[in-house]
Design a protein around this ligand. Sequence first.
Ligand code: BJW
Length: 238
Amino acid sequence: MAQGQANMTQKIVILTGAGISAESGIDTFRSAGGLWEQHRVEDVATPEGFARDPDLVLGFYDARREALAKVEPNPAHHALGRLEREFPGELLLVTQNVDDLHERGGAEKVLHMHGELKSALCMACEMRSPWDAAMIERPPCPVCQAPTLRPDVVWFGEMPYQMERIYAALAECDLFVSIGTSGAVYPAAGFVQEARAQGAATLELNLEPSEGSHYFEESRHGPAGQLVPDWVAEVLGS
Ligand code: BJW
C-alpha cells in the first residue's frame, strides 16, 4: 500500500489469527507441530467431540488458559494497541484468537469472533461470565449455579460472535487487513472477498502466502512482529 493511500484511509477493519500470537509462544493450529497435529479437530473443537468426551475438551482448554499466564504480547499486539489509540479514523479489530494478548498489548475494543479462553458459557442459562479458572471439576455457573459451564469458544458448526457487526463494518471500510491467519476457516476466510466487493483495498500480512493470498491486492510476507509495527507506522505517518 502506497504511503499516500495509507494516509487517505478512514475506516479500517483488521482480522487477526493465530499467527499474530505465534511469536509470543502460542501454538498456531495448522503449522507443522501446531495444535491440529497434537489433537484431532473433531475431538476438541466440535460440539459432538465435547458431547462424546467432555473431560478431554475441558482439559484441552484448561491447559491453554493456564498457558496464557506464561506468555506476553509481542510487538505486533503492541503496534495494534498503538493504532487503536492514535488512528484518527474508525478501526474495528476482529480476532479469531481466543487469547487475551491484544488486550494486554493495549487494544481495548477487540471483537473476539471465536470467543475467549477467559470466558465461560453456561449451557443451562446461556450466560457468558468472565472466567480464569479450570473447568474440569465442573464448577457452578456464577449466574445460575448449575454445573454446566463450557469454554466460551466457537467450535466448528457453531455461529461465530457478532457477525452482523463485522459484515456492517466490512461493507463500509476502505481498507481490510488480514494478519497471521491461514484463510482456511469460514466465515473469516471470506471477509477479504466481502471487503473487495464493497471497493475496499485489501492487504495481507502473513509469514507466508495463505490459502487466500490471491484475493488480496497486496501481500507482505514475514513475521508479524516485524511486519505489523512497520505497517502501523506507515498508516500513522511516522
Ligand atoms: C504467522 C506467524 C508469524 C505463523 N507471523 N504469521 C466448506 C466450505 C466452507 C465452509 C465450510 C465448509 N464446511 C464447513 C464449513 C464451515 C466451517 C469451516 O470453515 N470449515 C473449514 C475447515 C472448511 N466453519 C464453521 O463451522 C464456523 N461456523 C460457521 O460457518 O457458522 C455458519 C455461518 C454461516 C454464515 C455466516 C456465519 C456463520 C465456525 C468456525 C469455528 C472455528 N473454531 C476454531 C477453534 C476456536 C477455539 C479455539 O481456539 O480452540 O477457531 S478452529 C481454529 O481455526 C480457530 C481459529 O480461530 C481458526 C482459524 O485459524 P487461524 O487463526 O487462521 O490459524 P492457522 O494455524 O490456520 O494459521 C496461522 C497462520 O499464521 C498461517 O498462515 C501461518 O503461516 C501464519 N503464521 N507464524 C505471521 N510469526
